[in-house]
Design a protein around this ligand. Structure first.
Ligand SMILES: C[S@@+](CC[C@H](N)C(=O)[O-])C[C@H]1O[C@@H](n2cnc3c(N)ncnc32)[C@H](O)[C@@H]1O
Length: 204
């Protein structure tokens, strides 16, 4: 798994581009964040770098060393700084209730792992903290079959539903939750029309 991501991020170009994910950018405009924000499975850093450019103190993590190197290059190019740890969700050694917000952008994991990972994100947020999630919907499969360039996991177990968000973030105030068709233009790997789950929630 780690080898696959390191290989993908070893290319000179950015796999998902250097611009932030459109939903993340829009969510930060709709629900402004000040303070510390966690970027889980952040890859080459496009979202954390954008947040840092908006004055947010960005803390990213990912299993990929190559991802970290690309993120640091992007941060330097954009004249911002960010913290980036190489590490896995399951090994996060972070204190609870320290983040004002968290972003999970296309952070897909097998079913036994996903709910505990989301619960861990919930623990790391301060009361009142925001979580912003965009991930491919179970409804993306027909889009992917028709047009593979949209990307996303090929198997339904790894895909998201609105019910999963309600369950994994039970007790959160739901500020936005939708299963929606979108057109993505993100580097080499997310291009075309597909279906995503978008969730913004506030921890009580
Ligand atoms: C589709 S990429 C998304 C990257 C980034 N969020 C973005 O939108 O540009 C999924 C990322 O999950 C990371 N990943 C996979 N397993 C992980 C784990 N157990 N803990 C942390 N990150 C992981 C991969 O290295 C990869 O960067």
């Amino acid at each position: 798994m780690k080898e696959m991501w390191n290989a993908r991020y070893s290319a000179e170009t950015y796999a998902y581009g250097t611009a932030p994910n459109a939903f993340l950018k829009e969510s930060l405009a709709n629900f402004p964040v000040t303070g510390k924000m966690l970027f889980a499975a952040e890859g080459e850093g496009r979202n954390a770098v954008y947040a840092a450019s908006q004055g947010i103190s960005a803390y990213a993590f990912d299993i990929s060393e190559a991802g970290k190197a690309k993120a640091e290059m992007l941060a330097q190019k954009m004249g911002v700084s960010l913290k980036y740890e190489v590490g896995a969700f399951e090994n996060l050694e972070l204190n609870a209730e320290q983040f004002d917000a968290a972003a999970l952008i296309f952070a897909h994991f097998p079913p036994p792992l996903l709910a505990p990972y989301h619960q861990r994100i919930g623990q790391l947020l301060k009361p009142g903290g925001l979580v912003m999630v965009e991930a491919f919907s179970k409804g993306n499969l027909p889009y992917r079959e028709k047009s593979p360039a949209i990307g996303g996991p090929p198997n339904t177990e790894m895909l998201f539903s609105t019910e999963m968000m309600e369950e994994h973030f039970a007790g959160f105030e739901v500020l936005q939750l939708e299963d929606v068709e979108v057109t993505l233009s993100e580097g080499q790997f997310h291009n075309g029309t597909g279906k995503v789950i978008r969730f913004v929630g506030r921890k009580p």
